[in-house]
Ligand binder design. Structure first.
Ligand code: PSV
Ligand code: MN
Ligand code: MN
Length: 424
């Protein structure tokens, strides 16, 4: 085992006195510490199978070595993250990159590592080997019925793999759209897509959810057939109760007010979940919280308030997933940082004095409302996140232990320098 429990214990022993001091100070400063810690312990974030290697860009790819080359190794990597932070207890698979050849063995391995299967993802944005028809001009929007049928069949196949593994949701992201004005009849593209989604929806088991992901642009640069939350909401509403909108933080036009989108989707009962990442310009897939941590906090503030108002379970009623790509960092280090950023934003949102905020809002006290939010955001809650990890059996400082234990060097030793993980 690359990191043993005794290594984690020794690491924690070393940092315990300093941690306790920080925690005691924080506990004396704020209220509701135990409740926040317990909620943090329960909160799990799914890791995407496609983010365990170097993604690169269209200009080049620089492997860090030791990347997983099969589904089993991907599960092992996420098992490693989960052992360190006790918050990465799920994996999101992408088909055909992650076809489980022996589903029972994969299920057993996941169970041994304490992992469950979050949303299954279909892929009609690339042509796969041996595929009869091309998706060059779209999949579900395609003018040719046979291409549309192929896309439907693929999604049903993905659901079936998910059933075998015990997943409960399907995420559909379509690259469909157009690059030039005139290329597409928008109404026809929408209706073709809706009909296909309806066919897939029919194949969805009763206890499953379908997430319709939207994206403003890329790979198509003039129009996208599920281009924004309004369009996704339209599809999800027409499909039925099991269909929801999935919010990928990087899929908006610049400066979109994502927290407001989240609040409205939640209030309509149509928010399915998230692909967390961060960005400066477009779908950059950078480490969560690395560019706009305040936005992340504001999103969580809406989530906590809205989910509580609707009596929802924070940990289980939405899909919490990361969607990331790495060019210059070690993917596993990056994912540890992302999970930490999500938990921190969640903890800060839990700290918001909702009663006082509501009073400020009701009396139009704008300055007080801002103070309340920023007080929570500016309180350093890292000791609470660390304490939750400690109580759950994880490491006080996962990234530090990852480095001290020379995890990447060990992976390179096992798997080699020249490795390419399947995915983007
Ligand atoms: C597309 O940009 C996306 O965000 C979708 O979620 C895909 O499934 C994922 O990236 C991986 O390609
Ligand atoms: Mn995504
Ligand atoms: Mn994306």
């Amino acid at each position: 085992m690359i990191i043993s429990q005794s290594q984690i214990d020794a690491h924690n022993e070393k940092g315990l006195a300093a941690h306790r001091k920080r925690l005691e100070f924080l506990t004396s400063e704020i209220e509701g510490v135990e409740d926040i810690i317990n909620k943090l312990i329960d909160f799990q974030i799914a890791i995407p199978s496609w983010a365990l290697g170097s993604g690169g860009t269209r200009f080049g790819r620089f492997s860090g070595g030791g990347e997983p080359s099969c589904l089993e190794e991907k599960l092992e990597d996420i098992g490693l993250l989960h052992r360190l932070n006790r918050s990465s207890g799920a994996i999101s698979l992408h088909i055909p990159w992650d076809i489980p050849r022996d589903p029972q063995a994969i299920k057993n391995l996941a169970a041994d590592l304490g992992l469950r299967f979050d949303a299954m993802n279909s892929n009609t944005f690339q042509d796969q080997e041996g595929q009869a028809l091309s998706y060059k001009f779209g999949s579900m929007q395609h003018v040719d019925k046979a291409v549309r049928r192929q896309a439907i069949e693929h999604n049903i196949e993905v659901i079936n793999y998910g059933i075998e593994l015990g997943s409960k949701s399907l995420t559909v992201w379509l690259a469909d759209g157009s690059c030039f004005p005139g290329q597409l009849n928008f109404r026809r593209a929408f209706n073709n897509t809706l009909e296909c989604l309806q066919e897939v929806y029919k194949a969805l088991p009763d206890d499953w959810k379908m997430f319709v992901e939207y994206k403003a642009y890329e790979p198509n640069f003039y129009s996208t057939t599920v281009g924004d939350w309004g369009q996704s909401f339209l599809y999800a509403s027409k499909l039925g109760d099991k269909a929801y909108t999935l919010v990928d933080l990087g899929h908006h036009l610049p400066n979109a007010n994502i927290e407001q989108i989240v609040a409205l989707l939640l209030s309509e009962g149509k928010l399915g979940g998230f692909h967390f990442n961060d960005s400066k310009y477009g779908d950059d897939d950078l480490t969560v919280g690395s560019i706009k941590p305040y936005q992340l906090f504001l999103i969580f503030n809406e989530l906590v308030e809205g989910m509580d108002a609707r009596g929802m379970n924070h940990a289980t009623d939405l899909g919490w997933m990361i969607d990331a790509s790495h060019n210059v960092k070690d993917p596993l280090e990056d994912l540890l940082q992302s999970v930490e950023a999500i938990k921190l934003a969640y903890a800060q949102a839990l700290l918001v004095d909702t009663k006082a905020l509501n009073e400020a809002q009701m009396s139009n006290d704008v300055a007080a409302a801002q103070e309340i939010l920023q007080h929570a955001f500016r309180t350093d809650l890292r000791p609470l996140v660390a304490e939750a990890r400690l109580r759950a059996g994880g490491a006080l400082q996962p990234l530090q232990l990852f480095r001290d234990a020379k995890v990447r060097q060990q992976l390179i030793g096992k798997r080699g320098e020249k490795t390419v993980a399947t995915g983007l």
